[in-house]
Ligand binder design. Sequence first.
Ligand SMILES: C[S@@+](CC[C@H](N)C(=O)[O-])C[C@H]1O[C@@H](n2cnc3c(N)ncnc32)[C@H](O)[C@@H]1O
Length: 216
Amino acid sequence: MIAFSSPAAAQVYSEYEGRIAEEQVRAAALGKDLFAHRDEFLLPVGPEVGAFLHSLILARRPARLLELGTSYGYSTLILADAARQVDARLVTMELADYKQAEARRQISNAGLAGSVEFRLGDAVAMTHADTGADFEFVLLDIWKELYVPCLQAFYPKLAAEGIVAADNMVEPVYARDSARAYRQALGNLSDMQTTLLPIGSGIELSVRWPAGHHKL
Ligand SMILES: C[S@@+](CC[C@H](N)C(=O)[O-])C[C@H]1O[C@@H](n2cnc3c(N)ncnc32)[C@H](O)[C@@H]1O
């Protein structure tokens, strides 16, 4: 259950719920062919992770948020709504222009356009190029083989006490090698405290905590 900031945002969320239900039926019909059609699907973090991230942002009140992997805007809606409620700004990055266009449309329908900056292109390059204030919250949810290059790009721009949530640590099975590589790369960073949360498809939740360099 997510406490959205407005009826308009809640309405857009319910539209996404309808699309998710339709896509579940279509995905089951596609079976092994689903991967070839993945760009047609939302591939959302899902309601459990969405509610968790929304609550986390309300409680932690990060000022600047980064989302890597906008897709069609499901998670963007949730992050943007929480950002609006704590007077924060969200930067969201996506490679596919048609996905970003749909996300823009829905964020505008939700009345949240003022809280979101959309960036189109390769998220790794765009994160390296970012010159804004450090990020206090990052959602990492792009193609899984890019998780380590993304970490290398955003880590120098992650604020002290900044939080990173990375999706798909457990599912899908084909992404497990990439998930393992990401968790190993995190383990090499002495100021990152990190844990695997068994919600949704598996979230790695990490906190940059510069004082805590005595890792066991
Ligand atoms: C799993 S989906 C994101 C789902 C979204 N976070 C949600 O919960 O609704 C991953 C997205 O990453 C995008 N992507 C893949 N490679 C990218 C890259 N190099 N730069 C930016 N976006 C990329 C894909 O086009 C896809 O839309």
